[in-house]
Design a protein around this ligand. Structure first.
Ligand code: ADP
Length: 274
């Protein structure tokens, strides 16, 4: 495993090929819960290169959130090893290298949109993390006009845009996203996926993304793996080019990739007793 000093000091800007394997590394990771008849995570091996957009899809109860919580340092595995650029997840989290976007945006209700976006920059000032200009990122997610509004005055899609702007504002090296568009309607969801692609492409943090949507996974990701009853499949490489060509969702290759992943997902669902 590479020591922390092996990580290049500068983060990538603009498009760059994914870095070497093992930026995020899981070896034989197992997690059990007493009430569950099988391991929530069963001997999971995974290697994600720096700058990779990696997506995990799987049925409900497959262990996706457990995997993300372990990567975030919020839960410890019962067996195996996890490292994020050579550090245990809790250390990476303490060093403010990790960003987290949950399904429901956790915005402070008494703070305006602009104040919510600025929050991690204020909290993390001592951690010497890099940061974007909050006003620039607000403009990029189309929320300049709403900068002085409170979360209660926003639609669900706008709230999620604030959460994503906030996550990108402090330029995390690794962004963990747990079904961030799960509660949105289809049109808003599609719009958010394209917005996320734009933001990600500018800075290329390593992303671990969880979704139920196969099309969303293929549109966004470099690699997609299926999790079924705690077991992770070999990742599928998404060879659709970056930036994604206009209209890629209507291409034959897009259709082939989504069909093959849907077949894997069906197997995982049947395996989970669905
Ligand atoms: P997913 O995100 O794929 O829906 P989860 O990771 O949330 O799945 O859960 C995987 C399995 O582990 C589920 O059966 C869930 O009920 C169980 N589980 C998750 N967290 C706990 C916990 N803290 N205590 C007991 N069981 C849990």
């Amino acid at each position: 495993m590479a020591p922390p000093s092996a990580e290049p000091p500068a983060r990538p800007t603009g498009w760059s090929a994914p870095g070497p394997e093992g930026h995020i590394l899981l070896e034989g990771v197992t997690k059990r819960f007493a009430a569950l008849g099988w391991p929530a995570l069963d001997n999971v091996d995974l290697s994600i290169p720096r700058g990779c957009f990696f997506t995990v899809i799987g049925p409900s109860g497959a262990g996706k959130s457990t995997l993300l919580r372990i990567l975030a340092g919020l839960a410890a595995p019962d067996g195996g090893r996890v490292s994020i650029f050579g550090e245990p997840p809790r250390q990476a989290s303490r060093a403010k290298h990790l960003g987290w976007v949950p399904q429901s945006p956790a915005l402070l209700p008494w703070r305006t949109v602009a104040e919510n976006v600025r929050l991690p920059l204020q909290v993390n000032r001592a951690a010497r993390c890099e940061a974007r200009d909050p006003e620039e990122i607000l403009a990029r997610v189309g929320l300049t006009h709403a900068r002085n509004m409170l979360p209660s005055q926003l639609s669900g899609g706008m709230r999620q845009r604030v959460a994503i702007a906030r996550a990108f504002a402090f330029l995390p090296r690794v962004l963990l996203m747990d079904e961030p568009f799960g509660a949105l309607d289809e049109m808003t969801r599609e719009h958010m996926a394209h917005l996320l692609l734009e933001l990600w492409q500018a800075d290329r943090p390593t992303v671990v993304f969880v979704t139920h949507s196969v099309a969303e996974a293929v549109l966004l990701s470099d690699r997609v793996a299926v999790l079924g009853q705690g077991r992770l499949s070999a990742p599928v490489e998404v060879d659709l080019g970056r930036p994604r060509p206009e209209g890629i969702e209507d291409s034959e290759r897009f259709y082939q990739l989504t069909s093959s992943l849907r077949a894997q997902l069906r197997q995982a669902f049947l395996g989970a007793g669905g």
